[in-house]
Design a protein around this ligand. Structure first.
Ligand code: MF3
Ligand code: CO
Length: 291
C-alpha cells in the first residue's frame, strides 16, 4: 500500500499538480485491486510523461540500430561483425549499448542462432549460414534512459517449419499486445502468447521472460508467458514492459552454457525464436515504443 498523501499535496509523480487532480483516482483503483488480492505495481515503475519522452528518444536509437542490422545482415558474416555494427551505429547516434559490461556481459548485443534461445555472445568464430534463423537483441542507454527490442532474421533458404516458428513467434507478440490495456492483468497477455504458441504445436520457455524497462535495463515486473488470464500484476497507465517470448519448436526445457555462463540453449537441440517489443500502457490501451 502507498503512503496516503493529502489531497492538496503535490502528486508523487512529479507533475507539480495537486494529488487530487493527478494520481488520486489512480491510487484508489490500485488500492481496490490490491484488496481484491491482485498484485499491483509500485509507484517507481509508473513513468511520467517527461520520462516517457526521454525513453522514446532511446527507443529511436534502438530501432535505427535494428533497421541498420536488417539492411546488412547476411550469410558469411560473423556474429562479431554484427556486434561491431551495433556498437558503431549506437555510439554514432550518441547512445551506449546497454549489454556491454552489464553483469559481466562482454559484448554490445546478443545474437542467438537456431537452437540458441537467447544471450548468444558474438564471436569471430561464429559465421552466419544460409538457412539460419537469427535473433538480434539490441538495448540502448541514451541520456540514462533504456530501450530494448529484438527481431528475427531468416537468412537465405530457411526450412519451412523454422520459418513457421519465426512467424508464429511474431504472431504471439501481436496476440499478447492485443491484451494490453489499463486495469487488465499481465496474465491476460501471457495466456494469449501461450495459447497461440501451443495451438501451433510449439512450446514456451518458462525460466526467462520479459521485464519492466526504461529507467533501468531490467525493472519489475518479471513478465512470464506461462501465465493465466486474470493473474499476475495489474497493468496500469504509465507502466512500460517488454513482450519477448522465447518459443521452441520442440520441448520447452533450456540450459545455460557452463563455459560462458550466458548462452541459453534448448535442451533437445530444437530451434527457438524470439521477438521483443517495448510497450507502454496508456489511458485507453497501449503504445508500442520499440520493436
Ligand atoms: N536484451 C536482453 C533482454 O531482452 C537482455 C540481455 S542481457 C545481456 O532482456 F547482458 F545479455 F545483454
Ligand atoms: Co528484454
Amino acid at each position: 500500500m502507498f503512503k496516503k498523501l493529502g489531497r492538496n499535496d503535490e502528486c508523487w509523480c512529479g507533475s507539480g499538480i495537486k494529488y487530487k487532480k493527478c494520481h488520486e483516482v489512480f491510487d484508489d483503483k490500485l488500492a481496490k485491486l490490491e484488496r481484491e488480492g491482485h498484485i499491483i505495481p509500485s509507484h517507481d515503475i509508473i513513468k511520467t510523461p517527461k520520462q516517457i519522452e526521454k525513453i522514446k528518444e532511446s527507443c529511436k536509437i534502438n530501432i535505427a540500430v535494428l533497421d541498420y542490422i536488417a539492411e546488412n545482415i547476411k550469410a558469411g558474416m560473423t556474429t562479431e561483425e554484427i556486434d561491431r555494427m551495433v556498437y558503431e551505429k549506437t555510439t554514432e547516434m550518441g547512445g551506449i549499448p546497454a549489454p556491454l559490461d552489464y553483469e559481466g556481459y562482454p559484448k554490445s548485443v546478443c545474437v542467438s542462432i537456431n537452437d540458441i534461445v537467447c544471450h548468444g555472445i558474438p564471436s569471430e568464430e561464429e559465421v552466419i549460414q544460409d538457412g539460419d534463423i537469427v535473433n538480434v537483441d539490441c538495448s540502448t542507454i541514451y541520456n540514462g534512459y533504456f530501450s530494448d527490442s529484438s527481431r528475427m532474421f531468416c537468412i537465405g533458404n530457411v526450412d519451412p517449419e523454422m520459418k513457421k516458428l519465426v512467424d508464429v513467434t511474431k504472431e504471439c507478440v501481436e496476440k499478447g499486445l492485443e491484451q494490453v490495456k489499463p486495469w487488465g492483468f499481465l496474465g491476460d497477455m501471457g495466456q494469449a502468447v501461450n495459447d497461440h504458441a501451443k495451438a501451433n504445436g510449439f512450446s514456451v520457455v518458462r525460466e526467462i521472460g520479459g521485464h519492466g524497462v526504461g529507467l533501468e535495463f531490467h525493472e519489475e515486473p518479471f513478465v512470464s508467458y506461462v501465465t493465466r488470464k486474470g493473474t499476475e500484476m495489474v497493468m496500469a497507465p504509465g507502466m512500460i514492459f517488454t513482450i519477448e517470448p522465447m518459443i521452441n519448436m520442440g520441448k520447452a526445457d533450456v540450459y545455460v552454457d557452463d563455459e560462458d555462463d550466458w548462452t541459453v540453449f534448448t535442451a533437445d537441440g530444437s530451434p527457438s525464436a524470439q521477438w521483443e517489443i517495448m510497450v507502454l500502457v496508456t489511458e485507453d490501451g497501449y503504445e508500442v515504443l520499440c520493436y
